[in-house]
Design a protein around this ligand. Structure first.
Ligand SMILES: Cc1cc2nc3c(=O)[nH]c(=O)nc-3n(C[C@H](O)[C@H](O)[C@H](O)COP(=O)(O)O)c2cc1C
Length: 202
């Protein structure tokens, strides 16, 4: 079959994209409001961008009514955030934190997710995350407008917290110990346990 994306409704295009672009890493993003209330939400439109300077991006899309998600509102008010990575043992808490709570209500508090203070920025990090990147907002790029339009958030990585327990004998993160999950289509997820190596050509 051939899908003409220019003729698809955004909701249908979204459905095809999230069920084909697989697996997607998950950014579990902590932010704070101007009043200092913490917020935590997962986003799987997420990637590293460049190491020079160290930059990553994630994409909160607008809600169905066209308004911005709490994460975007917070970053516009306090331009700092933590990208926490999600191990298998954190999967259920991560999923719970995707609930739509009233603005200002903290997912950390509502779902009993332990927080730890960040070193350089105000939003807290997830204490049990195997890796947490403290980031300063670099810029937000808007793609589209209205419902599902993207707020592409670029962040400069200031410092990373890496749990020593995920390091291998060579001092580098070991993918098996990290045990991160990825998002598939619908409500499915994958674990990063099935691996193989390929030697790079010169
Ligand atoms: C695994 C997972 C991945 C998600 N990825 C995204 C995403 O990439 N972009 C997005 O806008 N929402 C995504 N969501 C939905 C948001 O987490 C959800 O809308 C959340 O309520 C937003 O929270 P906030 O309003 O506190 O920012 C995802 C949800 C889950 C469970």
């Amino acid at each position: 079959m051939v899908l003409d994306f220019s003729a698809l409704r955004p909701r249908d295009a979204y459905g095809w994209m999230i069920s084909t672009i697989l697996p997607r890493p998950i950014a579990w993003v902590s932010t704070i409001s101007a009043e200092g209330k913490s917020n935590l939400a997962p986003f799987s439109f997420f990637q590293g961008v460049t190491a020079n300077p160290p930059t990553l991006m994630f994409v909160p899309v607008n809600k169905r009514d066209g308004s911005k998600k709490d994460t975007v509102q917070n970053i516009e008010a306090v331009p700092e955030f933590v990208i926490n990575l999600v191990s298998f043992e954190l999967a259920e808490q991560m999923n719970a934190s995707a609930a739509l709570l009233p603005y200002g209500e903290s997912e950390f508090e509502r779902f009993g997710i332990a927080a730890a203070p960040s070193d350089r920025i105000r939003p807290p990090r997830v204490a049990a995350a195997p890796v947490a990147f403290e980031c300063a907002l670099e810029r937000i790029v808007l793609i589209g407008e209205g419902p599902l339009a993207a707020n592409v958030v670029f962040g400069r990585i200031l410092v990373a917290h890496v749990n020593d327990a995920v390091l291998g004998a060579d001092g580098r993160p070991d993918a098996g110990k990290l045990d991160l999950i990825g998002r598939l289509g619908g409500e499915s997820f994958t674990r990063t346990r099935d691996r193989f190596d390929l030697e790079r050509p010169d």
